[in-house]
Ligand binder design. Sequence first.
Ligand code: ATP
Length: 236
Amino acid sequence: MLQVEGLRAGYGPLEILHGVSLEVPAGSLVALLGANGAGKTTLMRTLLGLLPARSGRILFAGQEVERASVERRVRLGLGLVPEGRELFPSLSVRENLLMGAFTRRGRAAIEADIERVLTCFPRLKERLALPAASLSGGESQMLAIGRALMSRPRLLLIDELSQGLAPAIVESVLAVLVRLNRDEGLTILLVEQNARKALKVASLAYVLQSGSIVLQGRPDDLAASPAIQHLYLGGE
Ligand code: ATP
């Protein structure tokens, strides 16, 4: 579904990603782990096209997209749940969801997808007419995921799912994502600081450190690796 080869990107004179290569197979749930400042957000932004790739390739759904506009990548099926959610605070929950459908036409299908999102996240149903600013942290994350689902992505990029959320909320949101992955075949690339939770649900994992992939493999193998234990699992 997604193949990244030798991707370099950064800000001004600063190179942050030093040739990142990774693969997200169709139907998989892949975890991307890494400490603060490793470059995870930079990678997500470069994949979507918010930040230009300086070199390297991004193959998505069989097409080279590293020079394509954000809109083209969204139309091809890339969806991003950004770090910090980036909702439109004064717009209602429903209007935020509609914003996610900006590349689409067809009212009936869009309405059906709003229903689908509300089935995934019933808490949003009662809040549909309220401004996004009135939502709790967990509800905001649900809305950010729902908004991304409105573009009908084939690959959902999720940046820092658990940031600022209570553990119970993280579990319930993760359960929805696992269901979408398993039952609807949604491919997911999950960026997480909480390695333990991410490794539990992923089928493949990568570790990004200082802008390079330093480890990759099956979650069980990674969880057992001394480096991961030491760095990300608190030595347990
Ligand atoms: P975090 O979990 O803290 O978000 P991250 O792994 O997502 O970490 P990035 O946000 O990608 O890391 O940041 C990687 C590096 O790029 C950091 O050193 C950061 O200071 C730098 N950086 C991020 N955004 C910018 C920017 N707009 N201009 C300059 N440097 C930036």
